[in-house]
Design a protein. Structure first.
Length: 163
Protein backbone atom coordinates (compact mmCIF):
# COMPACT_ATOMS: atom_id res chain seq x y z
CA UNK A 1 0.00 0.00 0.00
CA UNK A 2 1.34 3.42 -0.97
CA UNK A 3 0.40 6.55 0.97
CA UNK A 4 1.89 9.20 -1.27
CA UNK A 5 -0.26 11.97 0.22
CA UNK A 6 0.91 11.28 3.79
CA UNK A 7 3.97 13.08 5.14
CA UNK A 8 6.78 11.17 6.77
CA UNK A 9 6.13 12.95 10.08
CA UNK A 10 2.46 11.96 10.03
CA UNK A 11 3.25 8.37 9.14
CA UNK A 12 5.81 8.15 11.95
CA UNK A 13 3.20 9.32 14.47
CA UNK A 14 0.76 6.72 13.10
CA UNK A 15 3.32 3.93 13.49
CA UNK A 16 4.11 5.08 17.02
CA UNK A 17 0.39 5.04 17.86
CA UNK A 18 -0.07 1.53 16.45
CA UNK A 19 2.58 0.23 18.85
CA UNK A 20 1.87 2.39 21.92
CA UNK A 21 -1.86 3.22 21.47
CA UNK A 22 -1.23 6.84 22.43
CA UNK A 23 -0.24 10.08 20.78
CA UNK A 24 2.53 11.81 22.68
CA UNK A 25 2.38 15.49 23.49
CA UNK A 26 2.91 17.92 20.66
CA UNK A 27 6.37 18.85 21.98
CA UNK A 28 7.47 15.30 21.10
CA UNK A 29 6.39 15.73 17.48
CA UNK A 30 7.90 17.62 14.56
CA UNK A 31 4.84 19.80 14.04
CA UNK A 32 1.25 20.64 14.72
CA UNK A 33 0.29 20.21 11.06
CA UNK A 34 1.40 16.56 11.24
CA UNK A 35 -1.10 16.01 14.07
CA UNK A 36 -3.91 17.54 12.03
CA UNK A 37 -2.91 15.31 9.10
CA UNK A 38 -2.87 12.35 11.49
CA UNK A 39 -6.43 13.10 12.59
CA UNK A 40 -7.53 13.22 8.94
CA UNK A 41 -5.62 10.02 8.11
CA UNK A 42 -7.34 8.26 11.03
CA UNK A 43 -10.67 9.45 9.65
CA UNK A 44 -9.78 8.04 6.25
CA UNK A 45 -8.82 4.65 7.74
CA UNK A 46 -11.85 4.57 10.08
CA UNK A 47 -9.76 4.70 13.26
CA UNK A 48 -11.91 6.76 15.66
CA UNK A 49 -9.77 5.96 18.72
CA UNK A 50 -6.74 7.42 16.94
CA UNK A 51 -8.81 10.45 15.92
CA UNK A 52 -9.78 11.05 19.54
CA UNK A 53 -6.24 10.50 20.80
CA UNK A 54 -4.97 12.97 18.20
CA UNK A 55 -7.76 15.41 19.13
CA UNK A 56 -6.62 15.34 22.77
CA UNK A 57 -3.20 16.62 21.70
CA UNK A 58 -4.55 19.04 19.06
CA UNK A 59 -7.03 20.49 21.53
CA UNK A 60 -4.45 20.86 24.31
CA UNK A 61 -2.15 22.63 21.89
CA UNK A 62 -4.88 25.00 20.67
CA UNK A 63 -6.04 25.65 24.25
CA UNK A 64 -2.53 26.60 25.40
CA UNK A 65 -2.13 30.27 24.48
CA UNK A 66 1.61 30.30 25.22
CA UNK A 67 2.27 27.32 22.94
CA UNK A 68 0.26 28.94 20.16
CA UNK A 69 2.45 32.01 20.13
CA UNK A 70 5.43 29.89 19.03
CA UNK A 71 3.62 27.42 16.78
CA UNK A 72 4.42 27.07 13.11
CA UNK A 73 0.68 26.92 12.42
CA UNK A 74 0.30 30.69 12.97
CA UNK A 75 1.38 33.68 10.95
CA UNK A 76 1.81 36.02 13.93
CA UNK A 77 2.02 35.96 17.71
CA UNK A 78 -1.71 36.67 17.91
CA UNK A 79 -4.23 33.95 17.16
CA UNK A 80 -4.27 34.00 13.37
CA UNK A 81 -3.96 30.58 11.71
CA UNK A 82 -1.82 30.08 8.64
CA UNK A 83 -3.17 29.39 5.16
CA UNK A 84 -1.84 25.84 5.38
CA UNK A 85 -3.71 25.11 8.60
CA UNK A 86 -7.04 26.57 7.40
CA UNK A 87 -6.82 24.85 4.03
CA UNK A 88 -5.94 21.52 5.64
CA UNK A 89 -8.89 21.70 8.03
CA UNK A 90 -11.30 22.78 5.29
CA UNK A 91 -10.10 20.12 2.84
CA UNK A 92 -12.72 17.62 4.05
CA UNK A 93 -15.65 19.81 3.10
CA UNK A 94 -17.74 18.38 5.94
CA UNK A 95 -19.58 20.89 8.14
CA UNK A 96 -19.69 18.41 11.01
CA UNK A 97 -15.93 17.86 11.01
CA UNK A 98 -14.75 18.26 14.62
CA UNK A 99 -11.48 19.87 13.48
CA UNK A 100 -13.47 22.48 11.61
CA UNK A 101 -15.72 23.12 14.62
CA UNK A 102 -12.65 23.56 16.85
CA UNK A 103 -10.98 25.95 14.40
CA UNK A 104 -14.12 28.06 13.98
CA UNK A 105 -14.76 28.25 17.71
CA UNK A 106 -11.14 29.25 18.33
CA UNK A 107 -11.28 31.88 15.59
CA UNK A 108 -14.54 33.28 16.96
CA UNK A 109 -13.29 33.42 20.55
CA UNK A 110 -9.63 34.31 20.40
CA UNK A 111 -8.83 36.21 17.24
CA UNK A 112 -8.67 39.99 17.31
CA UNK A 113 -11.00 41.55 14.70
CA UNK A 114 -8.16 42.79 12.47
CA UNK A 115 -6.45 39.40 12.45
CA UNK A 116 -9.77 37.65 11.93
CA UNK A 117 -10.30 39.73 8.79
CA UNK A 118 -6.83 38.79 7.55
CA UNK A 119 -7.38 35.09 8.36
CA UNK A 120 -10.72 35.06 6.53
CA UNK A 121 -9.22 36.88 3.54
CA UNK A 122 -6.39 34.34 3.38
CA UNK A 123 -8.74 31.41 3.41
CA UNK A 124 -12.14 31.36 1.80
CA UNK A 125 -15.60 32.81 2.05
CA UNK A 126 -16.63 29.58 3.80
CA UNK A 127 -14.33 30.36 6.73
CA UNK A 128 -15.67 33.90 7.08
CA UNK A 129 -19.27 32.67 6.94
CA UNK A 130 -18.63 29.91 9.47
CA UNK A 131 -17.03 32.35 11.92
CA UNK A 132 -19.88 34.84 11.50
CA UNK A 133 -22.44 32.08 12.11
CA UNK A 134 -20.55 30.91 15.21
CA UNK A 135 -20.52 34.46 16.58
CA UNK A 136 -24.19 35.02 15.72
CA UNK A 137 -25.38 31.73 17.19
CA UNK A 138 -23.35 31.93 20.36
CA UNK A 139 -23.37 35.27 22.11
CA UNK A 140 -19.99 34.86 23.78
CA UNK A 141 -19.65 38.35 25.15
CA UNK A 142 -23.06 38.25 26.81
CA UNK A 143 -22.61 34.78 28.24
CA UNK A 144 -19.02 35.40 29.30
CA UNK A 145 -17.81 32.21 27.60
CA UNK A 146 -14.21 32.66 26.51
CA UNK A 147 -12.82 29.17 26.03
CA UNK A 148 -13.03 26.41 23.46
CA UNK A 149 -14.51 23.78 25.77
CA UNK A 150 -12.80 20.45 26.36
CA UNK A 151 -11.24 17.98 23.95
CA UNK A 152 -14.14 15.53 24.33
CA UNK A 153 -16.43 18.14 22.79
CA UNK A 154 -14.65 17.35 19.50
CA UNK A 155 -14.45 13.55 19.72
CA UNK A 156 -15.86 11.23 17.09
CA UNK A 157 -18.00 8.25 18.02
CA UNK A 158 -16.33 4.94 18.73
CA UNK A 159 -17.88 1.55 19.37
CA UNK A 160 -16.84 1.58 23.03
CA UNK A 161 -17.82 5.13 23.84
CA UNK A 162 -20.98 6.91 22.78
CA UNK A 163 -18.80 9.90 21.91
Amino acid sequence: MRLEDVSEDTFNILVQWVYEQKVKSVTDHPGFIALVELWQLAERFLMPKLQNDAMDVIWSYMADEEELENASVYDSCEWAPSDEFINLVYATGLDSDPLKRLLIKKLALKTKPGLLKIACNMASWDVAMDVMMELANNHYEQAGERDIGVAKDYYVKTENQGR
